[in-house]
Design a protein around this ligand. Structure first.
Ligand SMILES: NC(=O)c1ccc[n+]([C@@H]2O[C@H](COP(=O)([O-])OP(=O)(O)OC[C@H]3O[C@@H](n4cnc5c(N)ncnc54)[C@H](O)[C@@H]3O)[C@@H](O)[C@H]2O)c1
Length: 332
């Protein structure tokens, strides 16, 4: 059975990736510091190998890479607020460790692991509303945060290594903003946060007029895209960048709040006349992944909202638990 290393495999996206890899007959090697605990992989028993390790540590990585045939790299400090709060950990984890990983994967002494799927972000485009109607993979990048800047730097480290090592075959997936329920839930992402606030306070607060666009994608669609990319023939995806998103999920923050209200009608939507600290504004095209990988999203935002309401109302998790929010975490 093929072993696939999933860094960050205990996280929001990673736990769904692990699930899909098992379904497709792979043996996932879950490599993670487990900042959020092991809840996300709790029911996988002997179908996975679990390695508690740090991507900043080459010894941990070399050990984890033994006998693996591909890597899905998700480990990181996620989102602008968390990176701003932990600048050193952000740099060492999100940028510097990319060097460590690609060096370990391509070191002739260790044995070449050819296939890398790297999880980047559409945040790299920043605020391009008014400049481009829609952005594609070749559009100009204008990162507005250290998080987005770190993603671009990591991409470039990976692509540089591919120029030096001909058989190294990386693929970069730039994800749109994710929503939905996973085995390790997150309540700090805009859709999930709106549902949580609507349930808890019966109120959603929007900073500004809410006309800024977000491109959204369900977490299980993202996980499937990552595994599909890994399984795609190399000639289709080698050294390519793909957006992972769905154009019908390009919505304004205002529309998103209204969608939540449709299912929780008692919700009040409040507009605060303060500038939104998150100035991202872009609409993404997703034709390349459709054409080249024959990939299509399966979940709509409405389906994701309905599922979230059901899960959050079921009492399965402590809604106030700090482990469901990345933004305030103190990373080391
Ligand atoms: N969630 C989104 O909307 C989104 C959008 C675009 C890109 N991404 C990217 O997807 C990836 C996964 O994000 P997520 O939403 O699942 O976040 P997450 O925080 O749930 O998962 C990240 C995982 O990485 C682990 N980790 C952190 N530092 C580590 C280290 N030094 N060594 C080993 N493991 C470490 C954490 O314990 C966690 O389990 C990240 O690279 C993120 O930047 C996420």
């Amino acid at each position: 059975m093929k072993k696939i290393l999933v860094t960050g495999g205990g996280g929001y996206i990673g736990s769904s990736v692990v699930d899909i890899l098992i379904e497709r007959g792979f043996h996932p090697v879950v490599f993670d510091t487990f900042f959020w605990g092991k809840e996300g992989i709790a029911f996988q028993d002997n179908k996975i190998t679990v390695i508690e390790g740090d991507v900043r540590n080459s010894r941990d990585l070399i050990y984890a890479l033994q006998e693996t045939e591909g890597v899905i790299h998700l480990a990181g400090i996620v989102g602008a607020p968390a990176c701003d709060k932990n600048p050193l950990a952000h740099y060492t984890t999100n940028v510097e460790s990319t060097h460590t990983l690609v060096n370990c994967m391509t070191d002739p002494e260790i044995g070449l692991v050819r296939d890398l799927i790297f999880c980047s972000s559409c945040s790299v485009y920043g605020n391009v509303n008014g400049l481009f109607d829609k952005v594609d993979e070749g559009s100009q990048t204008m990162p507005l945060s250290s998080y987005a800047d770190g993603k671009l730097r990591a991409e470039s480290i990976i692509m540089e290594k591919a120029k030096q090592v001909p058989h190294f075959s990386p693929t970069i997936l730039r994800l749109t903003t994710i929503f939905g329920w996973s085995l390790r839930p997150r309540l700090d992402l805009v859709t999930n946060l709106f549902v949580y606030k609507a349930l808890k306070d019966k109120k959603i607060t929007i900073h500004g007029d809410g006309m800024q666009y977000r491109s959204l994608i369900h977490v299980r669609d993202v996980a499937r895209a990552l595994v599909d990319a890994l399984q795609a023939p190399r000639y289709v995806r080698d050294r390519q960048i793909f957006h992972v998103g769905e154009e019908t999920n390009n919505v304004t923050v205002r529309d998103l709040a209204e969608l939540v209200k449709k299912y929780l009608p008692e919700t009040e939507i409040e507009y605060q006349q303060v500038e939104d600290s998150d100035r991202r504004d872009y609409r993404i095209t997703c034709q390349k992944i459709k054409n080249r990988l024959n990939w299509q999203a399966e979940y709509s935002v409405e389906q994701g909202i309905q599922e979230l309401i059901e899960k959050l109302q079921s009492g399965t998790i402590d809604l106030e638990g700090p482990q469901y929010r990345n933004n305030n975490f103190d990373y080391r």
